[in-house]
Design a protein around this ligand. Sequence first.
Ligand code: IMP
Ligand code: MG
Length: 179
Amino acid sequence: MKKIQIKDKTFETYLTEVQLEQRIQELGAQITADFEGEELVLLGVLNGSFLFVADLVRAIPLSIACEFIKISSYSGMESSGKVTEVIGIPSSLAGKNVVIVEDIVDTGKSMAFLLQKLTAFHPKRVAIATLLFKKEAFTFNYPLDYVGFEIPNKFVVGFGLDYDGLGRNYPEIYQLSIP
Ligand code: IMP
Ligand code: MG
């Protein structure tokens, strides 16, 4: 098992590059089948989703649009629960099928806030793709259409996810080590 150190925390391998790649291919195939012949916008949530989006769009062999937004809401090890704002929602979503692409849904607050903000842009349909889902922490009941992995309620980093801004670059996902 590989271990990495970020600041004061030690993390160990949880999901390998191969596991991530295989699962993202499957999600891409599902999205392709569900939206073939339709107009689709993949809407990545920065910063955490950048690697997931990069792999997911390449697993969807359709002529789709790819846009990014940013939600400022999070710092340190715990979800602050204070979503401040959504930056950069493109006006081109009106009448389109939109798949929001997130790195992780934890309590679900950020996504709930984004879903509510998107309604003002009148998309045809909104679906959610999240690489990781902390089911035990989820406090909402909107559907998650495409889930990569359901994971326990433990802090993870890598493949886009950060600890205090660091560690997004690792090609695999690491879980906090219990000392
Ligand atoms: P939520 O609003 O509680 O669902 O939190 C969602 C956001 O919190 C995600 O987009 C991440 O930025 C961050 N987050 C939640 N859990 C983790 C984690 O285990 N590692 C890194 N970031 C996390
Ligand atoms: Mg995020």
